[in-house]
Design a protein around this ligand. Structure first.
Ligand SMILES: NC(=O)C1=CN([C@@H]2O[C@H](COP(=O)(O)OP(=O)(O)OC[C@H]3O[C@@H](n4cnc5c(N)ncnc54)[C@H](O)[C@@H]3O)[C@@H](O)[C@H]2O)C=CC1
Ligand SMILES: [Mg+2]
Length: 312
């Protein structure tokens, strides 16, 4: 049972929220303060767990139920001690890799399971204090780990990543890495370097990957992304100077990059993900699925290709 116990992720948020919706006049502030209290108060957290709802993970794979073209993420109350196969039979589900299932979950489950998996992975990788080498101890909520010998507190971290849709005013630039599914193109993405601002990271990544200079940029939105180790994806639109649009692909990072017309992109957005091979051996052009922030960024551009963009 040990590894299953380690991998329970408590969804107290939900249970508590519905409770408040029915019984009290819930406010976002009240809920937020309660969750903040649970992070610091082990006794309050233990009490909340008695009525909390749990997602179950095994080796970072969530327990899911398959329903036609969708996965459902059932929640459980505290569970009896069972081994993995019995657990799957008992709960009528299977432990499935999150990468495989993510885009077939509803938005709420996808978001909670991504958070849960990132947190479980962080705990797994921070078992020891990097200063003393001693085992660290998790608090009940799982919001931090403490080294008992020197009292250093470790908090879960995520890595900032910029994702940028570059436009030249009429076309947008999409690229693919060799690891992407065949035929899929996306916006340019890259990890922020230490000490960089968001604007500097966008300018550097665009220059590094496609050899272009960003003239203007505009923040769009952000999204937590669980892979590879929990990233905060920060999405931006950017433009390059008209006439300075010749792409020089950095083949160490990308397999291909190209300019696409408004019509090409609008048509691809309307299609589902076709990963089938055409008769000529090629794979059709397609875009990341709806849940990915890259999709949102591309959709925004299609709806408003000339949105006002700030100087970089
Ligand atoms: N392009 C897209 O549509 C999407 C990309 N992403 C994510 O964005 C992330 C960043 O994109 P990439 O083009 O791979 O990044 P990237 O363009 O920064 O290149 C990755 C390389 O940067 C280096 N690197 C620097 N800092 C790193 C760090 N903190 N962690 C790992 N490697 C680091 C490594 O050498 C690595 O091979 C990926 O992990 C991917 O999961 C997520 C959603 C969509
Ligand atoms: Mg990149």
């Amino acid at each position: 049972m040990k590894d299953l116990t380690m991998s329970l992720y408590c969804g107290i948020t939900r249970r508590r929220k519905s409770f408040w919706c029915c019984r009290l006049l819930s406010t976002y502030v009240t809920k937020t303060r309660y969750l903040s209290e649970l992070k610091e108060d082990d006794d309050a957290c233990k009490k909340a767990q008695q009525t909390g709802a749990f997602y179950l993970f095994h080796n970072l794979a969530p327990l899911l139920q398959k329903s036609e073209h969708q996965y459902l993420a059932p929640q459980h109350s505290l569970l009896a001690s069972l081994q993995k196969p019995e657990m799957e039979t008992e709960l009528k589900g299977s432990f499935i890799g999150l990468r495989k299932a993510l885009f077939q979950l509803n938005v709420k489950d996808a978001s909670l399971l991504s958070t849960a998996q990132a947190l479980l992975r962080w705990h797994d990788a921070h078992q020891f204090c990097s200063r003393s080498g001693q085992p660290t101890k998790k608090n009940v909520a799982g919001s931090k780990r403490v080294c008992p010998s020197n009292k250093i507190i470790y908090y879960p971290q995520m890595t900032p990543v910029v994702i940028t849709l570059v436009s030249d005013g009429t076309r947008c630039l999409l690229a693919r890495q060799s690891s992407f599914p065949k035929g899929m193109y996306s916006a340019l993405a890259g990890f922020c370097d230490i000490g960089e601002s968001l604007e500097e990271a966008v300018r550097r990544e665009v220059a590094e990957e496609v050899g272009l200079e960003v003239e203007r940029l505009q923040y769009s939105a952000s999204q937590h992304w669980p892979f590879p180790n929990g990233a905060l994806m920060i999405a931006c639109h950017a433009t390059v100077k008209p006439g300075q649009t010749e792409i020089q692909v950095n083949l160490r990072e990308l397999e291909a990059a190209a300019w696409f017309s408004h019509d090409e992109v609008a048509t691809a957005l309307r299609k589902d993900n076709p990963s089938y091979q055409q008769q000529n051996g090629a794979f059709p052009f397609w875009l990341p699925p709806k849940l990915a922030i890259a999709h949102q960024l591309i959709k925004e551009w299609v709806e408003k290709p000339t949105c006002s963009i700030l100087p970089a």
